[in-house]
Design a protein around this ligand. Sequence first.
Ligand code: AMP
Length: 373
Amino acid sequence: MSAQHANQVVGIIGGGQLAQMLARAGKDLGARCIVLDPNPDSCARSDAELIVAPYTDADALADLAARCDVVTYEFENVPARVTDALAGRVAVCPNPQALRVAQDRLNERTMFADLGIGTPVYRTVDSIADLIDALDQIGAPALLKARTLGYDGKGQVLVSDIDHAEDSWNTLGKVPAILDAFVSFARELSIVAARSAAGQIEFYPLSENVHRGGILRVSKAPARGVSGQLEAQAREAATSILEHLNYVGVLAVEFFQIGAGDDAHLVANEIAPRVHNTGHWTIEGAQTSQFANHMRSAMGLELGPTTATGHSAMVNIIGDEPRPGALQAVPQAHVHMYGKSSRPGRKIGHVTLNAPTTTELDALLERFTRVVG
Ligand code: AMP
């Protein structure tokens, strides 16, 4: 590491578990992190200095800009006012254009189309009349998704048939939306990739993800039975997005795999312009973690190698704390509790299991699931 990269101060907007893990990775690189979050109990306070203020607080943003070499973020719904206030004072990465795309499902889908990346069939919905037209064209069931502010399955409604159009439109809150055809996918896959300031791009192997109720439960990586062609399709999509956005940092692209074997192909659902839950396995399961590579790119450093060191499974701990000792009952489990209080549907920690073979990993996962329930 050259002198210019040592002792860097990295600002992070948002103080949740992603910021906490970024700040830990930053420490290993000799960097110091300052986190901006309105919540004085933000879990990232364990590893970073915390500025407690609303995200849009002008004084807090000026303070952050003055004290940091670069500012990044841990969630995509950073208000434009925040990046506008930082612009010209301090480098922001990934750049605000990436945020504008990721904050609005329609912008995201338009970018995918411009780049030739396949997506589920969808229509834009701004009124109940649009919704009825869209259901006529796409059919039901279909998913009505708010264009902005959705996460972990929030901000979307399953429209079971056209008779439920009005209910669904009211339930979503009559907000600008897209209607997605319901994809009968073989499985969900994601790619986590990183691009450095110098334009170096590295990819982690595809991860296979299981969601329930719109929330990620388990990721397994490297995903099994991925053909070279499928891996290449994911890498091509990620590369075109990274280059199109002149992106610096870690990016995730979530896909649905349609079909199996030689007929399998991917359609892109959405991007996350940040470190991603489906990349948490990289802390113990890859040569360089997604957190280290995000920090390395923000700090202007070369990216580290992304090769998986074996087979990994990451299990989210959601809602309640498991009974004492349960998480530790499987000696090979790497337990990450974020220091957040329990709440239904809230991610309060994760566990990663690693093994040299898929058979051993499956046995570990089965044992872990039996113990934790
Ligand atoms: P999203 O908020 O778009 O990431 O959606 C959350 C989860 O809902 C996804 O991970 C899928 O499990 C499911 N989902 C989203 N869009 C579709 C779709 N068009 N067809 C089927 N399932 C979907």
